[in-house]
Structures are given as C-alpha cells and as structure tokens.
Ligand binder design. Structure first.
Ligand code: ZN
Ligand code: ZN
Length: 284
C-alpha cells in the first residue's frame, strides 16, 4: 500500500510522479531517469530510485532524507545517493548521525556536495548539471542531460571493419551532442534562466509558480518564490515542449490557480503547461 497518493504525468516514455504543494511537501520523481528531485516526506514510490537531487534544505523538500536512506537499507537496497548543495552536507550528516543513534542502526548514505557548474554522472550517458537558483543560501536547480555521439557525415557509409581501423588510428569518427531532457528549478524567485542554453532547450521544464493573486506579489518576493506574472515572463523566453508547474500555494483554490494560469499565459505556452497537482490521480 503506497504511503502517498501521487500525481502522475506521462510524456512519451518518461513518467513524472510526484506531489508538490508549497510549505507542505515537494517530491518529483522520474523513475526512467533514476532521479528524484527533492525528497519531500519520502513516499514509498520513490524509495527504489537511486539518485535524490536536493535543491535546498527547507523541510517541505528535505524532511524524508533519513527515512529514504534508512528504508533502502531495511529493504536490502544499496545506499542511496543524495546530491545536495555543498553547504548542506554537514547538517545532513548530523541528521543521519542523530537518526542512527535514535534508531540504533547505522544508516548508510552516499552524500555528494554540489555547486553551480558541477556535472554528476547518473548513468553512462546521463548527467545532472547543477545551476544556481535564488531562494536560500546555496540553493540550486538541476538539468538532466543525455550525451550521445553521432557518426560524422563523411564516415556514415563506412563498414564496421573500416570504422574499427579508423578508430585504431585515433581518428575521431563521431561528434558528441547533448540532449537536455528535463530541468527542475526547485524553489526560486525570478531569474532569467534563458541565459543557460540547456535550460532553454530542455524538453521538459518543471518549475515552481507559487503565487497567483495580485495581493500575493509581496509574499512571493519575501519568500523568494515566483508569482504567475514573473513565471509567464520567464517561460516566454524558453523553448520547452512541456511545462510542469509545481509548488502551488494552498492559499488559493486550485480552480482559481488554473483560471489565472489560463488568462496570464500566452495560448502557445498555456497549451504546453500542466499543474502537477491538477493531474493528481487518487490511489496511484
Ligand atoms: Zn518549498
Ligand atoms: Zn523553499
């Protein structure tokens, strides 16, 4: 019996499962990529995922760290890997240590401190790129990029043995290229993310848009979150095929959030956007 009802969105062969309400819980998993952005309260469905990409230390995003690690150990799985801003590694170690003492069992963990500009290998062809966000000290977002190679045009008609021969001679027969699959912004105030090409061109953008009403403009600024007007300005600069909106406030009814999104975004962007929690399926 899963511990949570999670929303589920399918885009081609990729699934996005998660839960995201501001101040309550944010956890967004992509099982086929073996990554989970933030851990929320560690719902059972994300425990088998090997890589947790933590954006910042707020409780609604990070509360489940110790349970995730401990439950994997309990189930006989390898220690989970947690990527987190490097300034959070010490406090995360403290929490794991405190829970180990409380529980009476050592909790194995693979903790990786990251900073903007870092690249972390998830699978042979899959990498997480780290970029800065503006929310709390050291907060970051992640893009997941697939790296492939394409044979150069002039060698396309060669036979297998000819290619092997060229490789032996040290000839570079292919060109590397990168496909940005998904970008997760985490919590952030408005930043012109279009300056980063891999964000602009990510097939999927998962972005926070917390506030919707005019009277919540100050609240967005104070909490370093995005208001719908800023969000609309941002996505106009980007080229993502799919936009998933997370971290919606509980202060505004979902119905009103959806109608505000419709009247604020351009038709082109509106057609590409969904609110994660509006896609929520009961008993998933
Ligand atoms: Zn949050
Ligand atoms: Zn936060």
């Amino acid at each position: 019996m899963p511990s949570h009802n999670l929303a589920r969105i399918k885009i081609d062969d990729l699934e996005i499962i998660g839960y995201s309400v501001a101040g309550e819980e944010t956890v967004v998993a992509m099982p086929q990529l073996d990554v989970c952005f933030d851990i929320g309260k560690a719902p059972d469905q994300v425990i088998p995922i090997n890589n947790i990409l933590l954006t910042h230390g707020h409780m609604d995003h990070a509360a489940g760290i110790a349970y995730y690690l401990s439950h994997r150990n309990f189930c006989g799985q390898s220690p989970g890997t947690i990527l987190a801003p490097e300034n959070l590694i010490e406090p995360i170690k403290d929490i794991i240590e405190a829970w180990s003492r409380l529980d009476g069992n050592r909790i194995p963990a693979n903790l990786v401190g990251v900073k903007p500009g870092d690249e972390y290998q998830i699978k042979p062809n899959l990498f997480a790129l780290v970029f800065p966000t503006k929310h709390s000290r050291g907060s970051v977002g992640y893009s997941v990029i697939e790296k492939r190679k394409k044979i150069k045009h002039e060698f396309a008609k060669l036979t297998g043995p000819q290619i092997v021969e060229l490789k032996k001679q040290g000839v570079q027969i292919d060109n590397p290229f990168e496909i940005p699959i998904v970008t997760y912004l985490g919590d952030t105030q408005y930043v012109d993310f279009s300056q980063l090409d891999y964000i602009t061109k990510s097939k999927i953008l998962i972005a926070e848009c917390t506030f919707y009403l005019d009277e919540h403009t100050q609240r967005a600024e104070a909490g370093r979150h995005m208001h719908i007007n800023e969000f609309a300005e941002l996505i106009e600069k980007l080229q993502n095929e799919h936009i998933i909106i997370t971290h919606t406030t509980q202060r505004t009814p979902l119905r009103q959030i959806l109608s505000t999104i419709k009247k604020t975004l351009s038709a082109e962007k509106y057609n590409k956007a969904v609110v994660l929690m509006a896609e929520r399926k009961e008993h998933f």
